[in-house]
Design a protein around this ligand. Sequence first.
Ligand code: URA
Length: 229
Amino acid sequence: MPNTAEGPHESALAYVPVRGGLSALRRAAADCRGCPLYAQATQTVFGTGPARARTVLVGEQPGDQEDRQGLPFVGPAGRLLRKALAEAGMEEEQVYFTNAVKHFKFAPSTSTQKRRIHKTPDLREISACRPWLAAELHRVDPALVIALGATAGKALFGSSYRVTEARGALLPVSHWDIPTTLGAEREDTAGSHWFLATVHPSAVLRAKNRADAYGGLLSDLRTAARFLA
Ligand code: URA
């Protein structure tokens, strides 16, 4: 674990290979011990999709199904997201799916040992995992990054990020404020990158008015689809 003047801090940075493509990153991430979340989780759930995808979708963290299968967005929220992508006219095979945090954080249910209750990652865990996200963005170099919910936004833009402020608007991005594998504090995107924030599909599943919430997600994804057309 890297040390600073203030003492040891949690970070994946020391585990991220400087060279190699997404496969090298995925292999290295399998052994990440950059924060304590690895200990409880079944496995690292790294991003999946084309190495040169024009769109990267960033979620929060793997859920129960993702943790078991080792793939992002394969549970109920993922199914809803894939349905919305198809309805918006975006081909899921063209999208790179990943999460801000690569290990499932959960608390065991008090009623049954088998159920695991999702816990939102905190800022320390988001920050510890950011070097993986930075490395993925660096390798894939997408034209558009879509953040699903607040955790993804905080991973990309820092702790003051609020999803409601930016929701549904296509915004140009000059840099990602995240540490890179090259050691720089900022990842320069050369001015050709765009960002769109929308709600997390789990929030749609939890919403009182699910049809409305789904309509909002769909409308944001349609904005993305028009941009990519
Ligand atoms: N929610 C996420 O944010 N990511 C997943 O992979 C699954 C559910």
